[in-house]
Every structure is written in structure tokens, then in C-alpha cells.
Design a protein around this ligand. Structure first.
Ligand code: CP
Length: 294
């Protein structure tokens, strides 16, 4: 039984096959490859993109999707997460897609070996489908330049608390990208990567900036009182970019004019909505890979 807890669950060959499928699905709507399959989603944290993207992906391939809203589930009556999961598995789904605030929850449920578990975001540990759609978007952008190996990306923002950053760093590094971390000290994780607090230092060196929001829900107490002041140093603006051909990415949700300015979100250099579009095709290909083992 194959699970997706982080991107290292997939070999390079798996990722190449998934991306080939995603490209095919993007070029031409596929047949209903998963028409007999049923997935359950279990989101213990809020989501706009990931949950709806998985549902669209599953439905585009003909699968049925059942959502369990944890705030209205029997976990509220004291049922353990393991028992909730075991009861859902007793209904014989073909996979469970889970988001949770704890880093280890998806892997603990996967160890029960009852159904394929797909991590839709766990604590600050991993968000593998986001990292894969980010890599797909980068590969698409750099397709005419031989791919992403050797390309330079700056990851900017609350890196220490971001599961997207954690998964992106592992995956993009593995694919040969050169990563610089840009963050104020409270947002900087322990790292052996190049790092700086000053975004100006990377502007003439990178081809891509991945901006991240402050993960306020993971801050035990407020880190900055004034995000306008934070934005003065880290917001991606027209003034900051000038005429540089740096592509801008963000996993969402974007804190407008704190992470990225309104003007840059509308700028042709923004790949933010391309990431969302590609997310559906990449998740379609991931579901095909996990559920059909192809
Ligand atoms: N990128 C991402 O995980 O967005 P959501 O929180 O809206 O799913």
C-alpha cells in the first residue's frame, strides 16, 4: 500500500511519471480513470486550495469524494483520531486525504496500513502535493532552459513555521535548485542553506522568489506587532523588483501587500494562479499513481 507523507515517498522515476501524466491531463481532459474509486477528505485545519483542488482532481477523474467535517464529527465527543480513521476505513474508501496541525498525524495513520493516506499538510513538517505542484510549475516555466537544475530560488517569509517551505526545500534541493533563505531571525529555521535577512542581497542573483505568509496560527505568541513594518522589508513590490525578470510564486493564502503587493499579483511575473491551476493536474496524476499503481 503506497502512502504520500512527503515527497521522498516518490522516487525520481515516480515524479517523472506523475509529471508526464499531469502534462497529458493539462493538454487534454482524461477519461474517468478513477470512476469506481472513493476518497474521504479529513481536514482538521482550514483550506481553500488544497481541499478543493483534491476534490476537483478526483471528480475530473470520475472518483467520488466524501468530506468529513472534523468540527461536526465524533472527535468532538471524545473519539480518538485513530478510531475515527479506523471507522472511516471500515467503509472501504480507496484513500483518505488528511490535513492536521500535528507533524506526525499522517504518518501515524499510514502505519495502521488500512488505506492509502495522502498528506494534505501536516504541522510545519510537510505539504508534499504543494511541493510537487510547485516543482511542476517551475519545470514548466524553465522547460526551454533545460529544467530546474542549477536555477536559483529565494524562499522569503516565515520559513521556520511553513510546511510548504519544508517540503519545497527538500524537493527543490533534490532536483538541483540553488536555494537561498530570506527571513528575519524569528522566521529563519536552522539551516545549512545560504541565508540572509536582507532581500535586496538576492535580487540580482535569483530567477524565482517563493513568498510565504506569516503562519500566525502556529505562533505561540505574536512575533511581530506590526506587519506593515515587516512588509516594508519583505513585501514583493514593483519598486523592489523593478524590471528584473524574477518570477514570483506563493502557495497561498496570500496576505496582500504584506507578502506580495496588489500590483505584483497582477503582474505577468506572478505564477501564483498558475500554481493553483497546475495543482489540479498534479493531484490528478498523484491520485492516479496512488490508486491505480501506475
Ligand atoms: N497552499 C495551501 O495549502 O492552501 P490552502 O491552505 O488554502 O489549502
Amino acid at each position: 500500500m503506497q502512502h504520500l507523507i512527503d515527497t521522498n515517498d516518490f522516487s525520481d522515476r515516480d515524479i517523472a511519471a506523475i509529471f508526464a501524466d499531469a502534462r497529458r491531463f493539462k493538454a487534454k481532459r482524461p477519461p474517468r480513470l478513477l470512476k469506481d474509486k472513493l476518497l474521504i477528505t479529513l481536514f482538521f485545519e482550514a483550506s481553500t486550495r488544497t481541499r478543493s483542488s483534491f476534490e476537483v482532481a478526483a471528480k475530473r477523474l470520475g472518483a467520488a469524494v466524501v468530506h468529513l467535517d472534523p468540527s461536526r464529527s465524533s472527535t468532538k465527543k471524545g473519539e480518538s483520531l485513530e478510531d475515527t480513521f479506523a471507522n472511516l476505513c471500515a467503509m472501504e474508501p480507496d484513500g483518505v486525504i488528511i490535513r492536521h496541525s500535528e507533524n506526525t498525524t499522517p504518518s501515524l495513520l499510514a502505519e495502521m496500513e488500512m488505506t492509502p493516506v495522502i498528506n494534505a499538510g501536516a504541522g510545519n513538517y510537510a505539504h508534499p502535493t504543494q511541493a510537487l505542484l510547485d516543482l511542476f510549475t517551475l519545470e514548466e516555466y524553465f522547460a526551454d532552459e533545460g529544467g530546474v537544475a542549477g536555477k536559483k530560488i529565494a524562499i522569503v517569509g516565515d520559513i521556520a513555521n511553513s510546511r510548504v517551505a519544508a517540503s519545497d526545500i527538500r524537493l527543490l534541493r533534490r532536483m538541483g535548485m540553488e536555494i537561498t533563505l530570506v527571513a528575519p531571525e524569528p522566521f529563519m529555521p536552522e539551516t545549512d542553506l545560504p541565508r540572509t535577512e536582507r532581500i535586496e542581497e538576492v535580487l540580482d542573483k535569483v530567477e524565482v522568489i517563493m513568498s510565504l505568509r506569516a503562519q500566525l496560527e502556529r505562533h505561540a505568541k505574536p512575533i511581530f506587532e506590526d506587519y506593515a513594518e515587516y512588509a516594508r522589508h519583505y513585501c514583493i513590490t514593483e519598486d523592489l523588483l523593478a524590471d528584473r525578470s524574477i518570477m514570483i510564486m506563493h502557495p497561498g493564502p496570500v496576505m496582500r501587500n504584506i507578502d506580495i503587493s496588489d500590483a505584483i499579483l497582477d503582474d505577468p511575473r506572478s505564477l501564483v494562479l498558475d500554481q493553483v491551476t497546475n495543482g489540479v493536474y498534479v493531484r490528478m496524476a498523484i491520485l492516479k499513481h496512488l490508486l491505480l499503481d501506475t
